[in-house]
Design a protein around this ligand. Structure first.
Ligand SMILES: NC(=O)c1ccc[n+]([C@@H]2O[C@H](COP(=O)([O-])OP(=O)(O)OC[C@H]3O[C@@H](n4cnc5c(N)ncnc54)[C@H](OP(=O)(O)O)[C@@H]3O)[C@@H](O)[C@H]2O)c1
Length: 301
């Protein structure tokens, strides 16, 4: 078991769930890399050591990486993600870190139909050739992405996406975190492995709408929209153009059933089946219920 692990992306969706999952895992010291001093309080209150550093600037990273055995590597959806991942590998190597567990993405490869997937392939291959011990997680579409539709669900009873009638094996972020925690606690069991993580079923957006509607007690329908409309809707909500483009590219791929599969991997790693869309909708119904709850969730996201 490692003595100490550095968690990157510590204020984001998956790493936050990972920190929840790890709880007070005995015997391991957890350190978080955070770039924004204003965001450290919650982590410090939970007893996690926080070190400030910015993945844009490798000169800021040494103090965070110094003295840790392993690193949880997570970068955001960004055109500079491969540079951020490269900076993680470099800082780890300089500090004598033994292993990296890297968050990649479903279908990441040089010929993936999304820019995000092709960028992840660059970083996966860099890590595989780095000489460090590694494990790579390639999770499917996050159920928690559906929070982006919370406002239209609350206001109009509708989910607008460009996924057509495609089916996909979407996964709850909490199950990604559960897998990551298992790998980080026993990295020797997972060395050199790449795991594609999915939810329990490949489902359509109509099934998603039904599950959310049942959970909040009012009808919700899925409305398939063209890619341009989806892109405009996201940029109007304030998403950066590159991120909106990335999401639209995934939507187009899913519309063509690119994501229509599941794997047994979550259960193999954690010993229990991944959460279904019905469980996700029931656990997060409050998010979709009213404009106020949506605002509250987005403010604390
Ligand atoms: N969404 C999906 O369906 C899906 C599916 C499979 C894989 N993925 C992959 O999952 C990853 C995103 O995970 P997520 O949704 O948990 O991320 P997220 O919520 O967007 O959080 C990103 C984290 O990275 C931090 N960060 C960004 N730039 C940084 C920098 N320059 N220096 C230090 N930290 C920085 C952010 O810090 P701040 O709080 O300061 O911004 C935040 O903690 C991406 O690699 C994506 O490709 C996503």
């Amino acid at each position: 078991m490692p003595d100490s692990i550095l968690i990157t992306g510590a204020t984001g969706a998956v790493s936050s769930a990972l920190i929840d999952e790890l709880g007070d895992a005995p015997g391991i010291r957890w350190r978080a890399l955070v770039r924004d001093e204003a965001k450290v309080e919650g982590l410090r209150q939970r007893g996690i050591e926080v070190v400030i550093g910015d993945l844009d600037d490798p000169r800021t990273l040494a103090p965070a990486f110094e003295g840790v055995d392993g690193v949880w590597s997570l970068t955001s959806v960004h055109p500079r993600a491969p540079e951020h991942s490269m900076n993680i590998v470099w800082a780890a190597r300089q500090a004598g870190v033994r292993f990296i567990v890297r968050m990649s993405a479903v279908g990441a490869s040089y010929d993936a139909p999304t820019r995000n997937g092709r960028l992840h392939a660059l970083s996966d291959h860099e890590l595989q050739g780095s000489g460090l011990h590694w494990t790579i997680l390639k999770p499917h579409f996050f159920m928690q992405n559906l929070f982006g539709a919370a406002r239209s669900v609350a206001g109009q009873g509708a989910i607008y996406m460009n996924m057509g009638e495609g089916r996909l094996g979407m996964i709850d972020v909490r199950d990604i975190a559960a897998c990551a925690a298992q790998v980080l606690k026993a990295p020797h069991l997972h060395r050199g492995k790449t795991y594609t993580l999915t939810g329990p079923a490949s489902i359509s957006c109509n099934e998603v709408a039904l599950a959310i509607g049942n959970a909040i007690g009012k009808p919700v329908s899925y409305v398939g929209v063209p890619s341009d409309a989806a892109r405009e809707g996201m940029t109007a909500m304030g998403l950066p153009q590159w991120v909106a483009d990335a999401i639209v590219e995934y939507g187009e791929a899913y519309a063509g059933n690119w994501g229509n599969f599941t794997t047994p991997t979550v259960e193999q790693i954690t010993g229990r089946p991944p959460r279904s869309i019905v469980e996700f909708a029931s656990d997060t119904a409050g998010v979709f219920k009213s404009e106020d709850s949506v605002r509250e969730v987005l403010e604390h996201a």
